[in-house]
Ligand binder design. Sequence first.
Ligand SMILES: Nc1nc2c(ncn2[C@@H]2O[C@H](COP(=O)(O)O)[C@@H](O)[C@H]2O)c(=O)[nH]1
Ligand SMILES: [Zn+2]
Length: 369
Amino acid sequence: FSSLQVTEEVREHLKTPTFDNWQWEEAEMLVLLQVMYTDLDFLTAFQIEPEALQNFLFEVYCHYNNIPFHNFQHCFCVTQMMYGLIWLTDLRNKLSRVDLLIMLTSALCHDLDHPGYNNVYQINAQTDLALRYNDISPLENHHCAVAFGILAKPECNILKNLSNEQYKLIRGGMIKCILATDMSRHNEILNKFKAMQPVFNFTNKEHKELMKIMVKVSDISNEARPMEVAEPWLDCLLQEFFNQSDTEKLKGLPVTPFMDRDKVSKPSSQTSFIRFVLLPLFTELTKLFPCLEDSDLFYESLPIDISEKCRHRSEASFVATLSSIQGFYFTVTETKVRVCDFCIGYQIKKTKQNKQSFTLVLFRREQIK
Ligand SMILES: Nc1nc2c(ncn2[C@@H]2O[C@H](COP(=O)(O)O)[C@@H](O)[C@H]2O)c(=O)[nH]1
Ligand SMILES: [Zn+2]
């Protein structure tokens, strides 16, 4: 299976946020990654030899660990979302090829050699990584160092035909983008981006902040994917979370609350994450790229609490909730967007009034067989 054998239909589907990673073997994903580099013209623009690209991608694959969430499939999904966003937002005509290469390669490398335990654990357990990086984003520093270790191998060096200046730009950009995936810096990075929104200019250095935001959005975008893609990812994430909290309990370390199997459920975990982390990021990006509103990517949760309460919401309150939001027209579609153990979510299609536009997700109680 080579990149030449990938059909036009798959190539097009690969550009969309609805791409389903679960349908593909890892060997096939390696080929699809080659397609992304090829179809963004990186091979010609940077004189990347196909063999060097294959070696590089294979080494990247080998440096992801066999763990529930932060594995090669996560690497593929994040890179594919980045690729999809580049096409959706027409970034090929807004940013330079160097910037696009930085973003795609950062996405690819952003979790290299992730051990399955987060920074808080690294620091509390005083692991080698925490010691090496003085408790400062130990994981992200490590992912980045591993990436440049791979690129330092001559047979994997996809940057070898670039000028020193270009190499420096790419190295600097990748370091910034990968370090930006440390979620403890989420608000800092989002607020900086928000502050430059009203006068955002693609041609000055502000666009560097956008590059970080694009990598961050891609990194945490599982919930923006179709339900059948997102749901297994949540199981993987919780498996890794619970594994960490079990180890913390065993070693007498502080237990990370959002990873504690005794405290966390699927709805409780996702409600706050979607509401307070994912949506604010998507909302800012949509301001810059209004076209994203019409994509399958973005949806807005109701301005009510959809957390554990959704268990008790009945058909009647479903209707009541709808009519209680003044000033908007709703069309309930049959698009199921989310399932917890008790409820099915239906997408409420976008409605325009007073030039405002929303897409909502409403949860309705429905027994799942
Ligand atoms: N509760 C949820 N947390 C999520 C989800 N997707 C991502 N995350 C968190 O963000 C970081 C992302 O950074 P990474 O570079 O480590 O991948 C991840 O570790 C989770 O903590 C989600 O859907 N729900
Ligand atoms: Zn990640």
